[in-house]
Ligand binder design. Structure first.
Ligand code: GAR
Length: 209
């Protein structure tokens, strides 16, 4: 892993599809020096993603790349890779980006794509993780930050945090409790990856030293 030894801030891309609250949490952590990175570009696959407005106000470059315009997933991945490489991006942070990225993308950024997911993976991958947790009746759920591989929500886990599931929870209340932890854990995990004292052994992300 080489992004770690950089003395200069690591160029980041943040990919969103919606409101972008995790993107803001990362942006704030960068501004406060808790993440030693610089947000080079915010990419959305949806022109109406609310988060784009925040990025524009912050003076961060925004790109809208609608996935419907790409004939295949591979074509979309190629467009995305080209756009990020052209901007010198070293670490890609998915923040509510609701598109599966294929092998082409993952191979272009090996162990350099992170995702935040609102459950304790491997439980409840995919869409509606909080509703899945409520439906299943678990008493604890949480957040997972993991490396992205072509298999949905299945890459090596960098960091997790748990929250209780309460008897009177609705999808909204549980999601809100998890989101607080997402905003705390995701910047921490990004900085851990940037700092570089880690290696992947099997599925495990462990300290290198
Ligand atoms: C977050 O809860 C994130 O964990 C989830 O979408 C939400 C995006 O919110 N992502 C997934 O479910 C990915 N499988 P945000 O746009 O406010 O960051």
């Amino acid at each position: 892993m080489t992004i770690s030894v950089e003395k200069t801030p690591v160029p980041l891309a943040i990919l969103i599809s919606g409101r972008g609250s995790n993107m803001r949490a990362i942006g704030e952590a960068v501004a406060e020096g808790r993440v030693r990175g610089v947000v080079r570009v915010v990419v959305s696959n949806r022109a109406d993603a609310a988060g784009l407005e925040w990025a524009r106000q912050e003076g961060i470059e925004t790109l809208v790349l609608p996935h419907q315009e790409a004939p295949t997933r591979d074509d979309y991945d190629r467009t995305l890779v080209d756009a990020l490489k052209a901007r010198g991006v070293r670490l890609v942070c998915l923040a509510g980006f609701m598109r599966l990225l294929g092998p082409r993308f993952c191979e272009a950024f090996p162990l350099a794509v992170l995702n935040v997911h609102p459950s304790l993976l491997p439980s409840f991958p995919g869409a509606g993780a909080q509703a899945q947790a409520l439906e299943h009746g678990v008493k604890v759920s949480g957040v997972t930050v993991h490396f992205v591989t072509p298999e949905l929500d299945a890459g090596p886990i960098v960091q997790q945090a748990s929250v209780p599931v309460r008897d009177d929870d609705t999808c909204e209340t549980l999601s809100a409790r998890i989101l607080v932890e997402e905003h705390r854990v995701y910047p921490e995990a990004i900085q851990r990856v940037i700092a570089g004292d880690w290696r992947v052994t099997g599925r495990r992300v462990v300290r290198a030293s």
